[in-house]
Ligand binder design. Structure first.
Ligand code: 13P
Length: 250
C-alpha cells in the first residue's frame, strides 16, 4: 500500500529556537515512522532554516499559503518560485482559516491550486463544512462543491498530482474530532465525487483528515478505508505527538 501522508501545519507558531529544537527532534525520530511521508509547514521566515535542517532527511517541506501570481506588485505576498527555492514540495490551498479570515473564495483557491501544479509542486486542497452546515445536513454538498469548484477551473485531470485534506471547521483547534465513521463518510464521498469525473485518479488520491488529530484519535482514523493520513495543527508543534501520529500510519 502507498505511504500515508502526515503533515504538520504549524500555522503562525514558531521562533528560530523552537524550529531548531523541533526539527532536530523530528530528524532523530523520523526513522520510527515507516508508513508515512512526514511534511512540515513552517511560516515563511523559517523556510531557509527548515531547508538547511532537513536536507538529506526524508521529511518534506510545505508552505501554508501562496500567491497565485508569479511576480510583481503584490505587496506582502510570496510566489511559488520563491518557495521552490527553499525546497518546498507541498502547498496548502484553501485552508479554512484562509477562507474565513482572509475571505479566500473558491476562485482564488482554484487559481492557487492551478499555479501550484504549474510549478510541479503538489497542492493540498483543504475542504470542510462549518458546524452550522453540518447541522443543516449540508456536509457532503459543501465539501463536494469545494472540490467541484477546483475541477471546474483546473479540469478533471487535475487530481492526478494533488492531495485533499478534509478538515471540518468545527473540529479545528477545538478538541472535537470527527468520529472515524463521520470522517470516513465524507472521505468516501470525496473519492466518489472525483471518481465521477476522473476514475483513473480517484483510487490513488490521498485524502487526509484534519481537525484536532492526536496520536490517540489517529490510531482509529487511520484504519478507515478512505483516510490516507492526517493534516495536524496543534499536535504537530511537539515532536513526540507529531511522531506518534506518524507511527499510527500502518
Ligand atoms: P488542529 O489539529 O490544531 O485542530 O488544526 C487542524 C488544522 O487546521 C490543520 O491544518
Amino acid at each position: 500500500m502507498a505511504k500515508m501522508i502526515v503533515a504538520g501545519n504549524w500555522k503562525m507558531n514558531a521562533s528560530k529556537e523552537a524550529v531548531t529544537a523541533l526539527l532536530s527532534e523530528l530528524k532523530q525520530g523520523a526513522v520510527s515512522v515507516t508508513n508515512a511521508q512526514l511534511v512540515v509547514f513552517p511560516p515563511f521566515p523559517y523556510l531557509a532554516q527548515a531547508q538547511a535542517e532537513l536536507s538529506g532527511t526524508s521529511i518534506a517541506i510545505g508552505v501554508q499559503n501562496i500567491c497565485a501570481a508569479s511576480k510583481g506588485a503584490y505587496t506582502g505576498e510570496v510566489s511559488l518560485a520563491m518557495a521552490k527555492e527553499f525546497g518546498v514540495s507541498y502547498v496548502l490551498v484553501g485552508h479554512s482559516e484562509r477562507r474565513a479570515l482572509y475571505a479566500e473564495d473558491d476562485a482564488q483557491v482554484a487559481a492557487k491550486f492551478i499555479a501550484t501544479q504549474a510549478m510541479q509542486l503538489t497542492p493540498i486542497l483543504c475542504v470542510g463544512e462549518t458546524l452550522k452546515q453540518r447541522e443543516q445536513g449540508l456536509t457532503i454538498s459543501v465539501v463536494t462543491g469545494q472540490i467541484q469548484a477546483v475541477i471546474d477551473a483546473a479540469g478533471a485531470n487535475s487530481f492526478d498530482n494533488a492531495v485533499v485534506a478534509y478538515e471540518p471547521v468545527w473540529a479545528i483547534g477545538t478538541g472535537l474530532t470527527a468520529s472515524p465513521a463521520q470522517a470516513q463518510e465524507v472521505h468516501q464521498a470525496i473519492r466518489a465525487h472525483v471518481a465521477d469525473v476522473a476514475p483513473e485518479h480517484a483510487v490513488g488520491l490521498k485524502i487526509l483528515y484534519g481537525g484536532s488529530v492526536t496520536a490517540t484519535s489517529a490510531e482509529e482514523l487511520f484504519t478507515q478505508a478512505d483516510i490516507d493520513g492526517g493534516l495536524v495543527g496543534g499536535a504537530s508543534l511537539q515532536a513526540d505527538s507529531f511522531l506518534a501520529i506518524g507511527q499510527a500510519a500502518k
